[in-house]
Design a protein around this ligand. Structure first.
Ligand SMILES: Nc1ncnc2c1ncn2[C@@H]1O[C@H](COP(=O)(O)OP(=O)(O)OP(=O)(O)O)[C@@H](O)[C@H]1O
Ligand SMILES: [Mg+2]
Length: 195
């Protein structure tokens, strides 16, 4: 039997994880898990962080439930979508981690279109600029991490890049973007990093 792949799709909020992960799951005929939905379905929410307007997850319970779910699926690849996927899915279960990256100028436009508050927008842009998701992914999954710059790409183009990695046609490394340098060259870094 072919090895079951457990593929994480992670990245800063609003970067395009769900759009990409759903398309990938369809392409691979894989089981799709969205961690936000998963937490709701299995009642893994401890409460609300009112200040940050986000939910607090019972991480231990979520790890247990994820392990159980992953182990119960035998003949299908699994695609897991979530911005904290790399921190929460047990390392031994994971085969690939795709960290999606988007130029902060484009990400800002996406967030504005999606109606993000000024605070959330600033917080998430800074997380993208400072490689927060990438760092988290490398800490937990090291050589399984593939960083993809999806700026200006259609979903189908992103899927082609991911399939190239999965089929081992393309090596993909980390450290491929430098948003600090990019914004600095444009003379707008301060604008993005101010609090
Ligand atoms: N390749 C793309 N080209 C253009 N727009 C895109 C692309 N991918 C996603 N989008 C748009 O960007 C927005 C965010 O996408 P999506 O919901 O997939 O992001 P996400 O990372 O899952 O967000 P969240 O962290 O809130 O779950 C949506 O409006 C989506 O339609
Ligand atoms: Mg999403």
């Amino acid at each position: 039997m072919r090895m079951k792949r457990v593929i994480l799709v992670t990245g800063t909020p609003c970067i395009g994880k769900t759009t990409t992960a759903k398309a990938l799951a369809e392409k691979l005929n894989a089981h799709y898990i969205n961690l936000t939905e998963f937490a709701k379905t299995y009642n893994l929410i401890l409460g609300e962080d009112k200040q940050r307007k986000s939910t607090i997850i019972d991480e231990q319970k979520m790890r247990q439930k994820l392990t159980q779910t992953i182990n119960s699926i035998n003949n299908q690849n699994i695609v897991i979508d979530g911005h904290y996927a790399a921190a929460i899915v047990p390392t031994r279960s994971v085969t690939h981690v795709f960290v999606l990256r988007r130029n902060p100028q484009e990400l800002k436009a996406f967030m504005e279109k999606s109606g993000y508050s000024q605070n959330k927008l600033q917080e998430n842009l800074q997380a993208e600029i400072l490689d927060v998701c990438l760092t988290e992914a490398i800490e937990a999954h090291a050589s399984k991490v593939y960083e993809l710059d999806i700026t200006g790409k259609t979903t189908q183009e992103v899927i082609v890049d991911i399939m190239d990695v999965l089929n081992m046609n393309k090596k993909c490394s980390v450290g491929i973007v430098d948003w600090i340098g990019t914004l600095e060259r444009e003379g707008i870094l301060d604008e993005y990093l101010k609090t």
